[in-house]
Each structure stands twice: as structure tokens, then as C-alpha cells.
Design a protein around this ligand. Structure first.
Ligand SMILES: Nc1ncnc2c1ncn2[C@@H]1O[C@H](COP(=O)(O)OP(=O)(O)O)[C@@H](O)[C@H]1O
Ligand SMILES: [Mg+2]
Length: 429
């Protein structure tokens, strides 16, 4: 902005602001001449944070009083019923998560009612399961249901303090924002660390993955959070510098859930099971090879396998509940296409209905989609993409006319790239 003056006067503190470069720009409105210097912006920010904190304190009472009601609303079977609306299979994982959340509410209630008494210990959860089996989806649906703050952070984006990337504090900061900047609420929230396997340190079993030694530093910082410590961070968008006001959140009562695919952990388990023995697990005669074996193996994961994989023992000690998810088979994928509330087929039906089109997928077509997804070995992840490819031309061409039509997606559309059947709606029964 070359024509703007290089000096402004802050409309609040009246100090002269000298602009050295564009990063130094104060807030300045040329039409009114209104300007605010950075230090006033900082003040205001600090004021707002304190204001929010005071509000939070006032709200605290309400929250503890509402806990009874929340407990009744979040009984495990009710949480599971909700998850069932969106997630196919994974019953075991749904149960574990439902109980973990319910117990979290109970622990909170106990804490409020018996201050100073020995706390009920929390049971953080670690989830393992192949790519695209619903780990992230489960947790994101869970977050919509809950009345306590819940934040998902991608662990693979975390770096050791001082390195380029996000410090582990980001996980707590995300929770603080999910709690509408209410510290008290954030301190009783849930943090989900996704892609947790990506911070495994390089070890014998895991050396196919290029993990760097810095991951151990990330794990050490995460450990402090898991053990319960006061995490200090600045508001979003503010750089860390000595005068920046910080927010402090105690993680003692935060429930941690971590999840990841842990690619290769099946081999670690297999090695442990057959240490010294010569009978290979895979040698067992089984019609369907790979998949049952894989699920069978990961369902037997033990803390020592996670250690071998490259997670430090202290962290594993803080994740007492191990939850494994299953590989989705063709039938499961077929159901995922049609049954969940937000199933892809339902979504496309709705979209095309807006163009006056009745969309139908033949059963064989859906099965073909599921088969393709299985070939790609990315679980349910590729379903949407496979359908999207087929739907593109239809979604492009259909709006050319307003005539009501019926569109049928057949198996040939999926497997041979054939065009869908389009008929005028009146002509069909
Ligand atoms: N069991 C499931 N039921 C319903 N949808 C699923 C299931 N598993 C995966 N999906 C869908 O597939 C996609 C990828 O799943 P995601 O949860 O990201 O997998 P991951 O286990 O790798 O985290 C999401 O769009 C999700 O809705
Ligand atoms: Mg995921």
C-alpha cells in the first residue's frame, strides 16, 4: 500500500505509530483516519480474554448443576444408538467410546461433589484400526453429540517446541476454543489426537515409516499433557512473545482419546506370538487369507506391541483402554453406501431431487462400488470418490433441462464407464 502515510496516530492511546513495513501495519481505515496500534489491540485482546474467563466462572455453577441431567442424557446405550445412525459395524469401538464418555461425565460429577476427595482415575483410550474403517468419523460424530467441549487435533502436525509446526499445546488450545474460551469447561473436555501412530519413534519394527527422532520430543511433551499439567498458550493467531497474554488450562481432568492406523502393528503382534516358534500364523488354513488374519492380529495388540512400534512406555501407561476396530468387508461397505443418515447414496438422491430427478442405484451397481473400494484397500474412504466419478457427467448434464426424469445407475456404469439410464419420469410406472 504505497500511498498510505508511514505514520498514523493511534485513536486510543494517541501514540504515533510508525510503520516500518507491511507486517507492522496497525489497523487503519483511510476513509475515517481511524487507527489502532498493536499494543492497544493486544490490550483489547487481553481484556476480552479476561472477560470471557469471568463469564466462564459465572457459568461454572450452572454446569455442575446440569451434570445430573447430562448423565441421564448420555447413558452408554444412548450414545451408541446415536453413533449407530452414522457408523456401520464397529460395535466394540462404539461400546468402548460410549462407556468412556459416560464415565467421563461421572468422574466430573464426582469431582464437583467431592472436592478434595481422591479422584476417580480417568481411562484414556487408544484406538487402532485400518485406514478408512471409521476412526475419525466415529470421533467426529461423537463430538457433535456431546455437551462438553471436544476437539480433534491431528497429531502428525505436532512438532517439538522450537521446531517449525504446531506445538503440542495446540491440542489444548483447540479444546479451549471448542469450549468457547471457557477454561473451566475446557478443563473437563475431551481431546482426540488423530493420526497418533505418526508420532511413533523410529524403531526396529517401524522403520519402514520415515519417522524422525524429533517424534520422541513430541511424545515427551504429550506425556506431560496426559499426566496432567498446566498448559500455557497464547490466543489464536498471536505469536508467542513475552508480553502476549497467555491462557492456562489444567489437563488433569481432560479425557484423551488417541487413534491411528498403526500400519505394520499386525506384524509386531505376529512376531511376538511366534517368538521362537516356527508355525506361522498365516499358515493356518483359512479360505479368506489376509483380512481375518489382520483383524485377528490387531485385536490382540498389547502394550508391549505399541512400545515395539515406537510409542514410549510412559505414554502407553497413560492409555489403559486399547480399542481395535475391524476391517470393513464388502457387505459393510454396501451398507455404508446406503444406510447411515448421511450415506453417499442418500446425499446424491437429495442433490438430484433438486433438479427434479429421481435417482436410483441398482443393487449390482452398489456392490460393484463396494468391490472396487475393497481393491483399493482404503476401507470406506474411496467409496465417495468412486461414486463421484460416475456421477460427474450426470450432475453436469442433468441441469440442462428442467424435465422430470428418472436416472438409474447400473453395474455397467461403475465397471465399464457406461452412461446411466435416463428416462422421462412420466414414462415410468
Ligand atoms: N464404519 C463406518 N460406517 C460409516 N461410514 C464409514 C465407516 N468407516 C468409514 N466411513 C466413512 O469413510 C470415510 C473415511 O473414514 P475415516 O473415519 O476417515 O477413516 P479412518 O479410520 O481412516 O479415520 C468417512 O467419510 C466415513 O464417513
Ligand atoms: Mg482417520
Amino acid at each position: 500500500m504505497p500511498q498510505e502515510p508511514l505514520q498514523h496516530r493511534c485513536s486510543f492511546c494517541k501514540r504515533v505509530i510508525t510503520v516500518h513495513d507491511q507486517y507492522d501495519m496497525p489497523i487503519y481505515d483511510p476513509s475515517t483516519g481511524f487507527a489502532i496500534c498493536k499494543s492497544c489491540v493486544r490490550e483489547i485482546n487481553h481484556f476480552l480474554d479476561e472477560h470471557d474467563q469471568a463469564n466462564a466462572q459465572a457459568g461454572h455453577h450452572d454446569f455442575s448443576e446440569r451434570l445430573g441431567e447430562l448423565l441421564a442424557k448420555n447413558k452408554p446405550h444412548k450414545i451408541k444408538e446415536y453413533l449407530d445412525e452414522y457408523i456401520i459395524n464397529q460395535d466394540h469401538a462404539k461400546k468402548i467410546l460410549s462407556v468412556a464418555v459416560y464415565n467421563h461425565y461421572k468422574r466430573m460429577k464426582y469431582g464437583f461433589e467431592h472436592e478434595g476427595d481422591a479422584d476417580i482415575e480417568k481411562s484414556n483410550v487408544i484406538m487402532l484400526g485400518p485406514s478408512g474403517c471409521g476412526k475419525t468419523a466415529l470421533l467426529s460424530h461423537l463430538s457433535h453429540l456431546l455437551d462438553i467441549p471436544f476437539a480433534v487435533t491431528d497429531a502428525s502436525s505436532l512438532t517439538e517446541a522450537g521446531f517449525v509446526g504446531a506445538d503440542v499445546e495446540v491440542a489444548v488450545r483447540n479444546l479451549y476454543y471448542a469450549a468457547d474460551k471457557d477454561i473451566e469447561k475446557a478443563e473437563h473436555g475431551i481431546i482426540y489426537l488423530d493420526e497418533f501412530d505418526k508420532i511413533a519413534r523410529k524403531s526396529g519394527a517401524n522403520n519402514s515409516i520415515t519417522a524422525d527422532p524429533g517424534h520422541e520430543g513430541v511424545q515427551q511433551s504429550l506425556l506431560k499433557m496426559l499426566e496432567g499439567s498446566v498448559v500455557e498458550f497464547t490466543s489464536r493467531g498471536q505469536r508467542k512473545h513475552p508480553e502476549a497474554p497467555t491462557i492456562k488450562v489444567d489437563t488433569k481432568n481432560i479425557l484423551f482419546i488417541v487413534g491411528g492406523a498403526f500400519v505394520g502393528i499386525d506384524e509386531v503382534v505376529e512376531k511376538r506370538l511366534h517368538k521362537g516358534g516356527t508355525i506361522g500364523f498365516g499358515a493356518e488354513v483359512q479360505g479368506e487369507e489376509e483380512k481375518p488374519d489382520f483383524d485377528e492380529l490387531i485385536s490382540q495388540v498389547r502394550p508391549e506391541d505399541l512400545m515395539e512400534y515406537g510409542i514410549i512406555p510412559e505414554i502407553i501407561g497413560r492409555l489403559p483402554v486399547i480399542c481395535t476396530l475391524e476391517t470393513l468387508d464388502e457387505d459393510a461397505l454396501l451398507r455404508i453406501l446406503t444406510e447411515p443418515k448421511n450415506a453417499p447414496v442418500k446425499q446424491y438422491e437429495k442433490l438430484l431431487a433438486m433438479d427434479g430427478v429421481t435417482l436410483t442405484f441398482e443393487e449390482d451397481a452398489l456392490r460393484a462400488v463396494a468391490k472396487k473400494a475393497i481393491e483399493r484397500k482404503t476401507g470406506a474412504r474411496s467409496l465417495k470418490g468412486i461414486i463421484e466419478d460416475v456421477m460427474l457427467d450426470i450432475m453436469f448434464d442433468i441441469p440442462r433441462s428442467d424435465a422430470p426424469r428418472k436416472v438409474t445407475i447400473t453395474e455397467a456404469c461403475i465397471n465399464e464407464g457406461a452412461s446411466p439410464k435416463i428416462e422421462p419420469l412420466e414414462g415410468t410406472e
